[in-house]
Design a protein around this ligand. Structure first.
Ligand code: FES
Ligand code: FE
Length: 426
């Protein structure tokens, strides 16, 4: 499969008709598409890096990936969070090899240049002897990526002129608030990470709109009696906003699945409409374009319905491979017992060993596997669910976006791939 960028774009524009639900099979697991996505999507949009609660103290740092480039996300001595390109400005050595820690200074393992945690070059071994007065350290600070945050979530971009994060999130902020704005949230420990042989888009696509698969893919869980079959109902809403974002909200739910004593905090932070939706959800799952999926899911633990909140990055690390990075979040003011049960609820369902995650990732891997190569180039995938049924969006829902009043449609995937194609053309 050797095509130059223009051929690929031409082919995509001919073969890909998101509004008609037609997506060419070969875009999953293709080396040429992967190269182009890196250039057109991943170095252009805002990407999730982590959460402010992961950096509680000045000097704390975590290393993360931004579009395939290593980043040191660091809270400097003044409390400012910065994203350094993890590359020594002398001769390009990877400056920091730890996943996390606390440092006032970073010393390069190659020649020992030392940078403070604001990125300034402070020390050069034998500087006077070998450079004399010729080295201007002030021009050799660490390079930085642009970052911004919303509700404690830190996003970064390599785009030198990015659209403001607030505009990029747009109306989707209303839904993001349900996860991260309802209370002060904290990441409960470092994220879990694992690699699967699957195209990142399948994860994003599954979370953004695929409520339909649950009855079948996750059917064995019902047969085992671990969840009631009503869990997979189409009742609820599916909605999307510009920029490819979208989510599914399972409703209604008679049982309140959050800790009661947090209700005043929720009510302070959310609008009445947002609180009302949050109180009545069975689950929410969705994707913030391009590759950050999120979930509030309820599971019965020790006889009580307990919510758990998580996000996962489908981070491409090759044309047919991704690292899945999953964070579990909990309200900071929740009781220790509730935090523990919520964590248990997450581990059981959507952690790497969770019953749902196992089912899903097997599907993602197999789609990638059969879609590769020359044969599937002429084939198309079908995203036409609920098209041709003259369905119009509902106005009977308090949140913004294009909202449908049931979850079994593929409107969100069509919206996701439409924006994907727009960026690939940019
Ligand atoms: Fe870092 Fe030389 S490459 S000190
Ligand atoms: Fe699933």
């Amino acid at each position: 499969e050797k095509m130059d960028s223009e051929d690929i774009i031409q082919h995509l524009n001919d073969a890909m008709l998101p509004d008609e639900g037609k997506i060419p099979t070969y875009i999953m697991g293709s080396p040429s598409i992967h190269q182009l996505e890196k250039e057109k999507i991943f170095t252009k949009t805002w990407l999730f890096l982590g959460h402010e609660s992961e950096l509680p103290n000045n000097g704390d740092f975590i290393t993360r990936d931004l579009a395939g480039y290593s980043i040191i996300l660091n809270k400097d001595k003044n409390g400012t969070i910065r994203a350094f390109y993890n590359m020594c400005t002398h001769r390009g050595m990877k400056l920091c090899r730890a996943d996390k820690g606390n440092k006032t200074h970073f010393t390069c393992p190659y020649h020992g240049f030392t940078f403070d945690n604001t990125g300034e070059l402070k020390g050069v071994p034998l500087q006077k002897d070998i450079y004399g007065d010729a080295l201007d350290k002030s021009t050799m600070a660490l390079h930085e990526a642009t970052i911004d945050s919303y509700q404690g979530c830190i996003f970064g971009t390599w785009n030198p002129e990015p659209e403001p994060l607030s505009d990029y999130l747009g109306d989707f902020k209303w839904y993001w608030d349900l996860l991260f704005g309802r209370a002060e949230m904290e990441a409960a420990g470092p994220p879990q990470r694992y690699v699967i042989n699957a195209d990142w888009k399948i994860g994003s696509d599954n979370f953004v709109g695929d409520s339909y698969h649950t009855m079948v893919t996750h059917g064995s869980i019902v047969k085992l009696g671990m969840v009631p079959s009503s869990k997979y109902s189409k009742k609820g809403y599916q909605l999307h906003t510009p920029h490819g974002h979208g989510c599914n909200i399972g409703m209604p739910n008679p049982d309140f699945a959050f800790e009661e004593h947090l209700v005043p905090e929720f009510k302070r932070n959310l609008s009445d409409e947002q609180f009302d939706v949050l109180s009545n959800i069975k689950n929410i799952n969705g994707t913030l374009f391009p590759n950050l999926s999120f979930l509030i899911s309820h599971t019965e633990i020790k006889g009580k319905l307990i919510s758990n909140t998580s996000v996962r990055l489908w981070n491409p690390i090759g044309h047919d491979k991704m690292e899945v990075i999953t964070w579990f979040f909990v309200e900071k003011e929740a009781s220790a017992d509730w935090k523990e049960r919520s964590r248990e609820s997450f581990i059981l369902t959507f952690s790497p060993s969770g019953i749902f995650e196992q089912d899903d990732t097997e599907v993602f891997t197999d789609i990638t596997n059969v879609g590769r190569g020359l044969v599937p180039q002429q084939k198309a995938l079908h995203y036409t669910l609920k098209m041709g049924m003259n369905r119009t969006p509902t106005t009977n829902f308090p949140g913004p976006g294009t909202v449908y009043d049931d979850k079994f449609t593929e409107a969100n995937q069509r919206n996701f791939y439409k924006y994907w194609l727009e960026l690939m053309n940019s």
